[in-house]
Design a protein around this ligand. Structure first.
Ligand SMILES: NC(=O)c1ccc[n+]([C@@H]2O[C@H](COP(=O)([O-])OP(=O)(O)OC[C@H]3O[C@@H](n4cnc5c(N)ncnc54)[C@H](OP(=O)(O)O)[C@@H]3O)[C@@H](O)[C@H]2O)c1
Length: 201
């Protein structure tokens, strides 16, 4: 399959790209700094990206930023950032990508466990993740030509836990999480939130 991975240089995206290439797929690895470049925060950049790559069988997004912070301390700008980047970035990737997805193709988005199992200081991230999951369930009902959409909800990744100075032992590594993106690609799931096995929050 021809698969576009957005956020392909990141912790999750890199593991997904490598796994898909090892499985024999053609992978277009994109980010703001990786050609063909895309900035999902900017709708015009999404249009330019799709014009460059022609049609694909799958679009996988492991990109988008949302800010952590206590509810009382989050600024308007921080809350808006998550809406513009992780939420609307992925929503627009789907809206603008429908006509660039081959018949039977799939969009695989990324949310995160905070949608259903929040920690303190995560309200802006949890809001975005939960919004994306609702969007996915409903968007599946509108997609034409047997096109599908799913969203992977990863737990904290062990590599990220380490960077945060947290105990990484309870968490899966990016290679394990990448397997969930692959199994979603190979499934016929539609409109579903997909969890990493063993981490169904
Ligand atoms: N890591 C975790 O523990 C974890 C857990 C649950 C959910 N998630 C979610 O999974 C996604 C990926 O996380 P990650 O930890 O892999 O992130 P990461 O390591 O920071 O990598 C982010 C990737 O996305 C690209 N990117 C960032 N902003 C972009 C934009 N506006 N347009 C296009 N590309 C952009 C980055 O490359 P450039 O800088 O070149 O653009 C990079 O390739 C995020 O949405 C995150 O919230 C992560």
């Amino acid at each position: 399959m021809k698969v576009a991975v957005i956020g392909a240089t990141g912790t999750i995206g890199q593991a997904v790209s490598t796994l898909l290439e090892n499985e024999g797929h053609e992978v277009i690895k994109s980010s703001r700094n990786n050609e063909p470049k895309i900035n999902i925060d900017r709708p015009g950049s999404i249009d330019e990206f799709y014009d460059q790559i022609d049609n694909v069988d799958a679009v996988i997004c492991a990109a988008g930023i949302a800010n952590f912070g206590a509810l009382q301390e989050l600024t308007d700008q921080q809350i808006q950032r998550g809406i513009q980047s992780k939420l609307m970035g992925q929503v627009n990737l789907v809206r603008k990508g429908i006509e660039h997805l081959n018949e039977g193709g799939v969009f695989i988005l990324t949310s995160g466990m905070l949608a259903s199992k929040p920690w303190p200081k995560t309200s802006a991230v949890a809001m975005v993740n939960a919004g994306l999951e609702g969007f996915t369930r409903a968007a599946a009902l509108d997609l034409p030509d047997n096109k599908r959409i799913c969203i992977v909800s990863p737990p904290l990744i062990s590599e990220t836990a380490k960077k945060m100075g947290r105990d990484s032992d309870p968490w899966p590594d990016a290679d394990k999480v990448a397997q969930t993106y692959l199994s979603t690609l190979n499934s016929d799931a539609n409109g579903e939130v997909i969890y990493v096995p063993g981490y169904e929050y």
